[in-house]
Structure formats: C-alpha cells, structure tokens
Design a protein around this ligand. Structure first.
Ligand code: NAP
Length: 336
C-alpha cells in the first residue's frame, strides 16, 4: 500500500468544502486522516466523510501541525493569513481563493492544461477561478491546433458560485416572487430570482469587474501565453449550479468546426455535446455532479477570417473548484 496523507479541508462546512469531502472520497485519495476546519461558529459540527462522522474544528495557526496537504476554500482573507502558516508548518496548500493566483512564485494550475507547473511550487499552489477553469480546458486543444489570438466571453454563472448563503437566497426569493410578495436582497445587490446581474465581484476603475479581470489575467498565466487577448462579461443568473459561457475565439491559423470537434473530442476532461438539430448541447442541469467540461454549439464566426463560437458548461463546485483542487493534489503526489 502507498503512502497516506493527513489532509485538512479549510472551509469544510461551505459549498466547495462539502464538494471537496465528497470528491476526496470518490477518487479514493489516500487520506490517512481528514481534518475539517472552519470558523469558531462551526467548531463541534459533525460532518460526513466516507460515511463516517468527523468533527469540525476551529481554524487556528496551530491547525496545520502534522498535516501534509491543506485544501483551502474559505475566502481570500483566510488564505492570505493562514496559507503561509500552513506552508511554514511543512504542509502543501492548494488554494481555491483568488489570494495567491497572480503571485509569480505560485503556480496556477488546471491539470489538463499545465499540470507540470505543479512541479515548481513553493508550498502554495493556486486553483483558478471557476469560470476560467472551464474556459481554458476547452481553449487548450484549440490553441494547440490553431493558436488563439483573442477571446470574447460572456458568462452565465450559477448562485452556488457565491456559496451556500447565495443558494439559500435564491431558494427563499423564488416562491416569494411567484406569490407576489416583496423579497429582500442580502447576498446580492438586487433580487436574483427571475433576474440577471451583470455584476460579479467588485467594479474596477476601467468599468470591468474583478471577476472579469480574473478571467483575463488567469487565462494568460495558465495557458503560458501573455499574447492571448481576453474580453469578459460576467453575469450572475438564477441557476442553482453549473456555469455556462458563450465564447468566441479568434485564431491565427485556420480552424473549422470539424477540426475543433476532433481536437476537443479526444482531449481529457472534455465532453462534446454538439448535435443541435437533436437539441443536444451542454446545459447546467446536466453538468450537476459531473467532473467534466461540456462543449457544444460549435460554429464558425463569419465576422473574422478564422474564428469559432462555442457554448461551454461545467459544474462550478466540481471542475470549477473542488475536482480541480483534488486533481492538483493527485498530481502533487505523482510528482513526489
Ligand atoms: N462556490 C464556487 O463555485 C467557488 C468556485 C471557485 C472558488 N471558490 C472559492 O472558494 C471559497 C469558498 O467558497 P464557498 O462557495 O464554499 O463559500 P461558502 O459556502 O460561503 O463557505 C465558506 C466556508 O469558509 C469558512 N470560513 C469563512 N471564513 C473563515 C475563517 N475566517 N476561518 C475559517 N473558515 C472560514 C466557512 O466556515 P463557517 O461555515 O464556519 O462560516 C465555510 O466553511 C471562496 O474563496 C471562493 O471564492 C468558490
């Protein structure tokens, strides 16, 4: 039997933390002991791991003593403060927040695209933004085929991307709107039920949001190509889970829809669902609990010399967060 690891999940009670516990078990990650960490409010809460009860503990600077691997999903502030403490305690951190992603000494990894970047980590490895992950998994084989010059993306992001409080807000508002009752917006600046908000994360001086900026910068870092131009519009929609994206890609070399379908159909982690005449195309409800990225509606962009428009969907809590983090951890073990 190979080595087993003491694994901490920071943010174990959250939407991503819950997915992490499931995925570690499903993928038979070699866990010797799972340490569940969250705020003081959750200390003592009983959580499930592989059908067994584990007791959540409060995250403290001492939490990482004897821990080999820590999967963080507890927000940027928590990662900024505690990831270096974990690293200094000899633990390898895979961080889901945006705190470390653009730090030059920290690899930003989507294993299907740049798994080898795990090899140069210095104790912290960053997991990209959920919308970026699903886009680059599809972009990689197309970039290899015809070199991507420019990308224009509009996202349709589910409320689970904001965490468990946002899921509760959608569920609470929906019947109230149907009953004609007033709703209260707490998590989002406006009602989310039966609405779309072109506002994810904070607005920046240039009129884009931080979420949109993340898609621009993270894509270049993961793809290892600063020349790729990305223009993003990120929209929150009243969907429980599964982010969708309309992506238009412009290439340097010719790339027709058939060549793209061929390249995508054999690429790891991608499922081609592209038979629109039979109403077959990716949809968020079909992405639930799946680890793959789904792509369809592949068609030529007639407004440029070489370009395609595609529709990309993935489960944001899985491939957009927990699955990608566990895949990074698996790659770290392989490289040891
Ligand atoms: N949701 C997604 O699709 C997604 C995708 C990619 C990345 N992420 C990132 O993952 C992180 C968590 O997201 P989520 O959706 O799981 O949020 P969530 O459902 O709100 O859960 C947040 C978790 O973090 C814990 N936490 C918060 N502050 C903490 C602190 N100071 N110390 C210790 N634990 C703390 C919470 O513990 P309590 O329960 O005790 O409050 C809870 O377990 C965020 O950084 C987010 O940006 C999320």
């Amino acid at each position: 039997m190979g080595r087993e690891y003491r694994v901490a999940v920071v943010g174990a009670t959250g939407a991503v933390g819950r997915a992490m516990r499931s995925i570690l078990a499903e993928r038979s990650f070699p866990v010797k002991e799972l340490v569940a960490l969250a705020t003081a409010k959750s200390a003592g809460t009983k959580l499930d791991y592989r059908g067994q009860e584990i007791v959540c503990q409060e995250l403290t600077p001492e939490s990482f003593r004897g821990v080999d691997l820590a999967l963080f999903s507890a927000g940027g502030g928590t990662s900024l403060k505690f990831a270096p403490m974990a690293r200094d305690a000899g633990c390898v951190v895979v961080d889901n927040s945006s705190a470390w992603r653009m730090e030059p000494s920290v690899p930003l990894v989507v294993p299907e695209v740049n798994a080898n970047d795990v090899d140069w980590h210095g104790g912290i490895i960053a997991n990209p933004n959920c919308s970026t992950i699903q886009m680059v998994v599809v972009m990689k084989p197309l970039h290899d085929e015809a070199k991507i010059e420019r990308v224009v993306v509009s996202t349709y992001q589910a409320v689970s991307g904001t965490g468990h409080k946002a899921i509760a807000e959608l569920l609470e508002q929906t019947p109230k709107v149907l009953a004609g009752e007033p709703v209260q917006a707490v998590v989002y600046p406006h009602q989310i039920a039966f609405n779309c908000l072109p506002h994810i994360d904070m607005f920046l001086e240039d009129g884009y949001t931080k979420e949109e900026q993340k898609m621009v910068n993270e894509t270049k870092k993961i793809m290892g190509d600063q020349s790729i131009r990305v223009n993003a519009t990120c929209v929150r929609v009243p969907v429980w889970g599964g982010h969708s994206e309309s992506v238009t890609v412009e290439f340097v070399k010719p790339c027709d829809p058939d060549a793209a379908r061929k390249a995508l159909s054999t690429f790891p982690g991608v499922i081609l669902e592209d038979a629109p005449a039979s109403s077959v195309y990716p949809m968020p409800v079909r992405s639930w609990d799946k680890d793959e990225v789904f792509v369809g509606r592949i068609r030529r962009d007639p407004t440029v010399e070489s370009g395609l428009t595609l529709w990309i969907v993935a489960d944001n809590l899985r491939k957009g967060a927990a699955t990608n983090a566990v895949q990074i951890a698996e790659r770290w073990i392989e490289g040891k």
